[in-house]
Write a protein that binds this ligand. Structure first.
Ligand code: ADP
Ligand code: MG
Length: 882
């Protein structure tokens, strides 16, 4: 059905398309040369009838036998069917492979891309459309490796469904790394909304983009003579061109009519051409159809209503006729150049014909046909989602069953990652309208469907749902949690908190209210400004302190409390104990896993961050390793994966595996760059990477990253791990921009103190400031260090205390310094932070003038990949070694 023209095996040579064919031919040669060379994208644009399909058929003919060719086309009446075109495109692969083989090829992507491709049943819940898109890109990439050399041809892309276009736009961006030839044709200006945006992205990625022009008079003359015979005279040919404007479709059609009418192709008959030409569009076509009799009309209508994937059998059933009669009608429709047939599959000769016939059906009949089509499609076992396109066309009529079918279809769309299609179904269900007792539920479902894509509409739907009766208590609370999330995403934190408070006010104490309180604390913890941070901490401590972690609301509160305590530098032992309480058998609880969406993703980062800074790096490492794996296998390649790579990298940094850390962090940044620009996550990851590069002694590279990402984080609400302002201060000092560095560190001191954040490992600004001030203001420096030392003792980890001692040592001289350095090195040796230990060891060696300690420090520095520290140790060893 999709393989070009089923009946058009023998294509007449194309006129005036030499450049396009040459481009295709070169691209094909390049493709076949080497399976590692870059892919190519050819795009052909143009108005209806300019020969896009004909050209694609020629490209297809050229490629067949030399490459694997898969093709598909969009359809005007099926733009609302999610993944329709990409499914068609991969059909040959999907039918050639057994389910086990598909599973093997797609590997980890099977679960995520399989449902969208219709090769596996979707799971029950809503899937992130971006993840599905990424999964499809990966799936097709793998199939392309398998089937190299592969040519993908997509016709009428302006009518492809939006989900396919999103995939296509993402896929063609990969062509630099993937040897596959993609050829796309679309009508210029034929798409709208998101589809137009995706299509513009496809155009922008094209290596060759050509707009097909109408024929000139010479080509029309040649075509005329080739069709009607050499005796067609020049004025007649010229008139053909004048009448059709050189549009290939109109030209071919007019010539066919001339043949049918037995008009002589000579000047004296040229006058009749205008009248003849008026017939192909609109009424002419309809008249032609009508002349074929009522059965043929019914079959053509049925085919037009089905739109795509038209099997003879479905069309016959929809037209309500026997198979024999349908076969007979198809024959007549073929003769009239309306339908094409390839075995069981039917297709309209031109999409324009399909639209004209579809529009010629009277409104009432069309609606009735769609209603019947929905049940024919459902009876054929194609599922509620497939039937939903037809249900959308049926007039609203208080039909509870229709509402049920549309809700079912919406659930199926959500489960394959097509929330937009789900939204259309639910909006239509609301117009039916639903029975009063389920109206609120439908609104709630609609709110859930739009949550990821449109916070503003989500807010409206959920508010309306909450204002009605019909949601039970659990669902109400769920709706409020989602409503607050939509508010937060819409930058309306205050409204979000208010919605939670209102609902919480109606509830007595108990797990349901606790859930609301947990969500509230989460939004506050992640997004609130600096206002009354200490008060918030106190309230959180009171709320979470007594909890045992028996459900996820409790666990969320425990994590929030632990993170708050960690940033404030409260006892690390308590922080770890709170975190442990939030786990189940040492692991994330069901529903709080990496890919669970009910609770904000940041909670897992907070949990891992707590462990990392409380010297339980082993726990942090296994958590983030699990996170990376979970996202990779679920196909979440956006911000989630970027941040979990980065946090894993930062765990390496804490352990002192600096080269590994740098690698993971750069990967994190690369992934973050794919998500967007200038997002908080860029600062977060850049901050980690800069900290790591400084530890390595690669100051210039650290500066380059800072420049590239405009690394000047605001002191506002977001908490970065490690504290980005401290990192920036240290960087500026390392770059020799002392004044800027000092003022950054002073600003950091003010901001963090106001918030009550005293963790000296997370935000070590005091040490950098003290060292920088040691000469000009020794008193202040000593003060800073003794304050920091107190905080470090309060937090109580070996790392915190060791680092405080090391800085104290730096402010001393003589035996006092040596003693402090020795103590610092001892603490840090028992900490899990190998880099900090290496620094202390080297500094101890320098202070004590001990070659043995220096050698130990040197070995440690080398193991860490701390190049700057290695040099420093060598500088001091050189005299000793001589
Ligand atoms: N370059 C060409 N040379 C000869 N005939 C052509 C050419 N391009 C198109 N045609 C004829 O015009 C008709 C319409 O072309 P088609 O490819 O269907 O247009 P589009 O896909 O742009 O709407 C086709 O049936 C084909 O026979
Ligand atoms: Mg076409």
């Amino acid at each position: 059905m999709t393989h070009g023209r089923p009946e058009g095996a023998a294509w007449a040579p194309l006129w005036e398309r030499d450049d396009e064919l040459a481009a295709a031919s070169h691209a094909l040669d390049d493709l076949r040369m080497d399976s590692t060379s870059a892919g190519r994208l050819l795009v052909f644009g143009g108005e209806a009838g300019t020969g896009k399909t004909a050209l694609l058929a020629a490209v297809r003919g050229m490629a067949e036998g030399r490459a694997t060719v898969w093709s598909a086309r969009g359809g005007e009446t099926v733009t609302s069917v999610p993944f329709n075109v990409v499914r068609q495109l991969l059909q040959p692969a999907l039918v050639a492979l057994t389910p086990e083989e598909i599973h093997e090829y797609l590997g980890d992507w099977y679960e995520i891309a399989g449902p969208a491709l219709g090769v596996t049943e979707p799971g029950g819940r809503q899937v992130d459309p971006q993840a599905v898109c990424d999964g499809l890109v990966e799936a097709v990439t793998r199939l392309a490796h398998w089937k190299w050399p592969l040519v993908l041809i997509i016709d009428d892309a302006h009518w492809a469904d939006q989900e396919t276009l999103q995939w296509l736009a993402a896929f063609v961006r990969r062509l630099d790394e993937l040897s596959v030839l993609v050829v796309v044709a679309h009508r210029t200006g034929g798409a709208e909304g998101d589809s137009a945006r995706h299509l513009a992205a496809v155009d922008a990625a094209a290596h060759t983009l050509s707009i097909l022009r109408p024929f000139g008079p010479d080509a029309v003359a040649s075509l005329t003579r080739a069709t009607l015979g050499e005796h067609a005279d020049a004025p007649f040919c010229r008139e053909i061109w004048a009448v059709t404007g050189g549009n290939p479709y109109e030209t071919v059609e007019l010539l066919a009519k001339v043949q049918d009418s037995e008009l002589e192709p000579v000047e004296s008959c040229a006058d009749g051409l205008r009248a003849l030409n008026r017939t192909p569009k609109g009424n002419g076509l309809v008249a032609r159809l009508e002349s074929l009799g009522p059965d043929a009309i019914r079959l053509a209508w049925a085919a037009a209503v089905l739109g795509t994937d038209i099997s003879l059998d479905l069309a016959a059933r929809l037209a309500g006729m026997s198979r024999d009669k349908a076969e007979d009608c198809v024959d007549r429709l073929r003769t009239a150049r309306i339908l094409l047939r390839d075995g069981e599959d039917l297709e309209f000769v031109q999409p324009k014909i399909a639209s004209t016939i579809y529009r010629s059906i009277s409104g009432a009949t069309r609606t009735a046909l769609h209603g019947r089509a929905a049940s024919v499609v459902t009876l054929a076992g194609l599922g509620a989602a497939a039937a939903s396109r037809h249900l959308l066309e049926v007039h609203p009529d208080d039909d509870p069953e229709l509402v049920g079918q549309l809700r079912q279809a919406a659930a199926e769309h959500l489960a394959v990652g097509a929330p937009d299609a789900a939204r259309r179904c639910l909006e239509r269900a609301l117009r039916e309208p639903p029975l009063p007792e389920i109206h609120a539920r439908v609104l709630y479902e609609l709110g859930c469907a739009t949550l990821l894509t449109s916070p503003a509409t989500t807010i409206a739907h959920l508010r309306e749902a909450l204002s009605m009766h019909g949601l039970d208590q659990e669902l109400r609370v769920d709706a409020v949690c989602r409503l607050s999330q939509a508010f937060v995403h819409n930058d309306q934190l205050e409204e979000g908190l208010r919605a939670i408070d209102e609902e919480a006010g109606r509830l007595g104490p108990g797990p349901t209210r606790l859930r609301l309180q947990a969500v509230r604390s989460m939004w506050e913890g992640i997004h609130a400004g600096e206002e009354d941070a200490p008060g918030r901490s106190r309230r959180l401590a009171a709320l979470a302190g007594p909890l045992t972690g028996r459900d996820n609301s409790e666990r969320a509160l425990l994590i929030l409390r632990a993170f708050d305590a960690m940033t404030r530098g409260e006892s690390a032992e308590m922080v770890v104990e709170l975190c442990d309480r939030a786990l189940v058998n040492g692991r994330l609880a069901p529903g709080l896993g990496w890919t669970d969406t009910e609770w904000s993703f940041e909670l897992r980062l907070m949990l891992g961050g707590c462990y990392a800074f409380a010297d339980r790096i082993d726990r942090a490492e296994s958590l983030f390793t699990e996170g990376v794996r979970a996202y990779e296998s679920a196909g979440w390649s956006g911000g989630h994966l970027a941040l979990s790579h980065a946090f894993l990298g930062y765990v390496h940094r804490r352990r002192g595996r600096l080269a590994d850390a740098e690698r993971s962090l750069r990967e994190g940044l690369r992934l973050a760059d794919r998500v967007g620009e200038g997002l908080p996550m860029h600062w977060e990851v850049a901050s980690m990477l800069i900290d790591t590069l400084l530890a390595r002694g690669h100051v210039e590279e650290a500066g380059a990253i800072a420049d590239q990402y405009g690394f000047a984080p605001p002191s506002a609400s977001t908490i970065y791990v490690p504290d980005a302002m401290s990192v920036r201060g240290r960087l500026l000092l390392a770059l020799g921009r002392t004044d800027e560095g000092l003022s950054q560190l002073e600003a950091t001191a003010r901001a963090l103190t106001a918030r009550g954040q005293y963790n000296t490992v997370l935000a070590p600004w005091a040490y950098d400031l003290a060292r920088a001030l040691a000469h000009e203001d020794p008193e202040r420096a000593a003060h800073l260090v003794s304050d920091a030392r107190m905080q470090a003792e309060r937090f109580g980890t070996d790392t915190a205390i060791g680092e405080a001692l090391r800085c104290a040592a730096a402010l001393e001289t003589g035996p006092r310094a040596v003693a402090l350095y020795r103590k610092a090195a001892t603490y840090l040796e028992s900490s899990p932070c190998a880099y900090e230990h290496a620094v202390a060891r080297v500094e101890y060696g320098i202070a004590a003038e001990s070659a043995v300690e220096l050698e130990r420090g040197l070995t440690l520095a080398r193991e860490c990949g701390a190049d700057g520290l290695v040099d420093r140790a060598l500088d001091h060893l050189a005299p000793a070694r001589q």
